[in-house]
Ligand binder design. Structure first.
Ligand SMILES: [Zn+2]
Length: 102
């Protein structure tokens, strides 16, 4: 297990975990219940953390998350080969490996 992301909110952690698991990376969210049901975060309370199961996937997971943060959805590129949406800064499709348009 390796930590790849410290999220400001549980929603952020969930989005990151969803993005990684959709790419076949097994994740766990730690401190998921720390924020409370209504989203009130008491001072100094632990933030949600995203961990990957397989240490060997940690580097790739961080790369993917960095890509997500740097590329808002409106900048996404649609793969011409398979139609999959990719973060705007990706050079090739994560799904099929095809080249993405600039
Ligand atoms: Zn593709």
């Amino acid at each position: 297990m390796k930590r790849v992301h410290i999220a400001p909110t549980l929603l952020d952690a969930q989005l990151a975990a969803d993005a990684l698991s959709s790419l076949g990376i097994v994740t766990h969210i730690l401190n998921a219940n720390a924020a409370g049901a209504l989203g009130e975060v008491p001072f100094m309370q632990a933030q949600p953390e995203v961990w990957v199961d397989d240490d060997r996937q940690a580097a790739r997971a961080r790369e993917i998350l960095a890509g997500l943060r740097n590329a808002p959805l409106r900048d996404e590129k649609i793969c011409p080969q398979c139609g999959e949406a990719n973060p705007g800064n990706f050079m090739s499709c994560w799904q099929c490996g095809g080249a993405l348009p600039d």
